[in-house]
Ligand binder design. Structure first.
Ligand SMILES: [Zn+2]
Ligand SMILES: [Zn+2]
Ligand SMILES: [Zn+2]
Ligand SMILES: [Zn+2]
Length: 503
């Protein structure tokens, strides 16, 4: 929702804030009912795409037009389609759909269903969290036995070379803006942090290779023999920590070579998997390219959490339901927790290089005048935390060095260097998000066909001819308020329905 659309942000003395005047206009518009039903069909999407065009259903044998739909016949002249954004901070309605789909997908890989055999729940599997190492002390909330402790108690430890105290005696509360920010930004290893983040995807890949190697070693067999008998399946999601670095939360499951329907050999147990994970985590090291800033040896952080996933709730393990819930929730988060912005900062023409590609080193990009920045942007004026700004600035500076060109640090500066997928899974983990979406689209199309008395396309007697073009996106300030009300009503109805089924 944009600034003007938020009632809370409008000035109380103003008798007619823009959103209110606009809302009255929308409510009195003769096309209101149709607009409302279109918004309801998007689930109350906050940034719907406006399409213009037409679609015709044609009898393949006779050429007869069975049904036509033209947006020109709509009161607004447009059709609204949900934006489909994954992130809750961008679109609560669409992210809820994404969350529910991700939950189904993860759950299917643990309990079966959606085409995955139920016996998969007997396969060894764990929930593991892999973390980033420390690049310098940051303000944190530490807890022991339910008690919040001092941030970083260091009695008489003195100051760092920059004159800052080495410790922090505060007890921070969870809303403190300082959390995740370095105790001394000058001491903090920003190049190390950014380079780690830019290699996080590769570190993960190396970990999965190392895990197979460590398991084979523990089982006393060769790598080849291991891969002939066991298939590893993963589902993972990246979660930004306050310090701006990602953690990977992951489900790791052992299958037989054919995948979820195939039982792994008896020696491939949860214990073996749990024992191999820390070994594989410690074995992964990647050196950064040779550079004037030196080379860094990158690896995972010491904090590692590995827990078996159980059929039901237990003290030492996690239930299938809880794991699917965690991963689905993380999947709808972006980098916002780390205090950064949610859009690219680099010039779209030159991709942040400041030079058009293939035109020589001395030619500067006409759009950004060689800065590599999106025109009109100033890194110093971005509405981000000081720490995020330093991470972004480091991405920008390192991104200019040829040895780091492959990391594409400038186009991914807003993600603080991370360019991997937020959520991903190996091919045989379970069903695909795409299949879940297709099933929903098919279901809606069937409903629409039945409403219009059209035959099933499965009989292959009809053709659909459609032509659409993009005609804009988003809501006006008044529409935004009404769409949000509608979304909340839909969400409430869904919660009530879910409660009834649970009872
Ligand atoms: Zn949306
Ligand atoms: Zn502190
Ligand atoms: Zn310092
Ligand atoms: Zn440019």
């Amino acid at each position: 929702m944009n600034e003007e659309a938020n009632p809370a942000s409008t000035n109380g003395q103003d008798a007619h804030p823009e959103w209110l005047t606009d809302m009255v206009r929308v409510l009195n518009d003769p096309g209101y009912e149709r607009w409302r039903s279109m918004v309801a069909a998007t689930g109350g999407c906050s940034h719907p795409v406006h399409l213009a065009g037409e679609s015709h259903v044609i009898d393949a044998a006779t050429g007869e037009v069975l049904h036509s739909y033209r947006t020109a016949d709509e009161p607004s002249g447009h059709l609204l389609v949900a934006c489909g954004n994954r992130r809750a901070s961008v679109c609560p309605a669409c992210s809820e759909v994404y969350r529910a789909d991700t939950y189904q997908l993860i759950r299917a890989g643990l309990s079966g269903g959606k085409g995955v055999p139920e016996q998969v729940s007997e396969h060894p599997r764990v929930f593991a969290t892999l973390t980033a190492p420390s690049f310098g002390p940051v303000h944190t909330v530490r807890e022991r036995n339910g008690k919040t402790l001092h941030c970083r108690p260091r009695k008489n430890a003195g100051t760092c070379p920059h004159g800052k105290p080495v410790g922090c005696p505060e007890v921070h509360d969870t809303g403190d803006q300082l959390l995740g920010q370095p105790i001394c930004p000058e001491c903090y290893d920003y190049p190390g942090a950014v380079l780690w983040q830019a290699h996080a995807g590769l570190l993960w890949h190396r970990f999965t290779l190392g895990l197979r190697r460590e398991m084979a070693k523990l089982a006393g067999i060769s790598r080849t023999s291991f891969t002939q008998q066991v298939r590893l399946s993963f589902a993972k999601v990246a979660e930004y920590q306050r310090r701006g670095l990602v953690h990977f939360h992951t489900v790791i499951r052992l299958d037989g070579p054919e995948g979820p329907a195939d039982r792994p050999p008896v020696w491939a147990t949860t214990d073996l998997l749990s024992e191999a994970i820390p070994l594989a985590v410690r074995a992964v090291h990647i050196s950064t390219p040779d550079s004037a800033i030196g080379t860094r040896l990158l690896g995972w952080g010491d904090q590692l959490d590995v827990r078996p996933i159980l059929l039901s709730r237990d003290l030492d393990g996690l239930s299938e339901e809880a794991v699917a819930g965690y991963i689905a929730k993380y999947a709808t988060k972006g980098a916002e927790a780390s205090g950064t912005v949610d859009h690219r900062l680099s010039c779209g023409t030159c991709g942040g290089r400041g030079r058009p590609s293939g035109r020589g080193l001395l030619v500067t990009c006409a759009r950004c005048k060689g800065t590599g920045l999106k025109p009109g942007l100033d890194l110093e004026a971005l509405p981000v935390t000081d720490h995020a700004r330093r991470m972004i600035r480091t991405c920008w500076d390192l991104g200019a060095r040829p040895e780091f060109a492959g990391l594409r640090l400038r186009p991914w500066a807003h993600m603080l260097g991370f360019r991997g997928h937020f959520s991903s899974k190996s091919r045989r983990y379970s069903t695909r998000l795409l299949d879940l979406r297709q099933a929903r689209t098919d279901h809606r199309a069937k409903e629409a066909r039945e409403r219009h008395g059209l035959p099933d396309p499965g009989e292959e007697t009809t053709l659909v001819l459609a032509h659409w073009r993009f005609a804009g996106s988003g809501h006006t300030p008044g529409e935004a308020v009404l769409a949000e009300q509608l979304r909340q009503r839909i969400e409430l109805a869904r919660k009530i329905a879910a409660q009834r089924t649970a009872e």
